[in-house]
Design a binder for this molecule. Structure first.
Ligand SMILES: O=C(O)CCC(=O)C(=O)O
Ligand SMILES: [Fe+2]
Length: 280
């Protein structure tokens, strides 16, 4: 797996090549140790002290998706608080995304949290989700275009060290190319495997990393969460980028939203553009 080196710089040509060849790269140290401390605490503070899990939370195989309010909505985790919002406005991650997407004019979205606690059930290396893709291509589109305007790049910050077996996201090296090829070989290829939400088993690798790293995935990359076999909970925060001139008119989740004063106060000028508060 290629890792990205060079503090404060975007990717080298070979790193960009690795992303398009393998479908993913790990960008190390996007966050400082101090930032990791602040954001990991903010995530832990979302977990109820009495460990009662709200009904609207996603809770599967030791993996929890906490929401402060509502269920399933983008940015729900920070609707009434600004704690995690700066993670959507990170300058370095934006530079990486802009280089991969080939445009400086981007939208950012997602902003959800994943907490994976130790879970010893199932066979070794068990995935805790179906292999799937999370693409910004509407379901009424019958074929992927495979163009930069259709691309979405995104993935997760690790807010804890993720060692082997520690609940790292699993990916299929080169799998994004296999998805595109198989889809293109059949009419209505975008709809295969339940719109690519239930892929057949494929050989995967676990993306391990350190707290503060970001795993960037191509949007056609088959991936899945995995069981965490280790004592330390895996804390992750998900971020995705698309171009403003997105081939399908954007992702419904990337549209401009209303933000409260506390949220607006923590948005950098870059963040205001990425989040659609101000035009590019
Ligand atoms: O938590 C993970 O490692 C991956 C989660 C994921 O892919 C999803 O929820 O769509
Ligand atoms: Fe996913």
């Amino acid at each position: 797996m290629a890792t990205v080196t060079g503090e404060g710089t975007a990717l080298r040509p070979d790193e960009v090549e690795a992303f398009f060849r393998d479908g993913y790269i790990l960008v190390p140290s996007v966050l400082s140790a101090g930032e990791v401390e602040v954001y990991s605490r903010a995530v832990l503070d979302m977990m109820p002290r009495d460990l009662s899990v709200p009904g609207e939370w996603n809770a599967n195989a030791g993996r929890f998706k906490p929401y402060r309010r509502g269920a399933g909505g983008v940015l729900d985790d920070c609707i009434d608080g600004p704690d995690l919002l700066p993670l959507l406005c990170n300058e370095r991650l934006y530079q990486v995304a802009a280089q991969l997407l080939g445009s400086p004019c981007l939208r950012v979205f997602d902003g959800s949290v994943g907490v994976t606690m130790r879970n010893m059930s199932g066979p070794d290396h068990a995935l805790s989700q179906n292999l799937h893709i999370d693409c910004s291509v509407p379901k009424d589109v019958d074929q992927f275009l495979g163009t930069p305007e259709e691309l979405q790049v995104g993935g997760c910050y690790y807010l804890t060290d993720v060692e082997p077996g520690g609940g790292g996201i699993h990916v299929v090296p080169g799998g994004h190319r296999r998805v595109l090829e198989e889809s293109a070989s059949r009419p209505g290829g975008r709809h295969l495997y339940d719109d690519w939400k239930r892929l057949p088993p494929m050989e995967t690798v676990e993306v391990t990393g350190r707290a503060g790293d970001f795993a960037v995935l191509h949007h056609l990359m088959p991936h899945a969460a995995s069981h965490n076999r280790l004592p330390r909970a895996r804390l992750a925060y998900f971020v995705r980028y698309i171009r403003c001139d997105h081939a399908h008119g954007g992702d419904p989740k990337s549209g401009p939203r209303r933000y409260n004063d506390a949220q607006l106060a923590v948005m950098s000028p870059l963040g205001r553009k990425l989040l659609g508060v101000e035009p590019w």
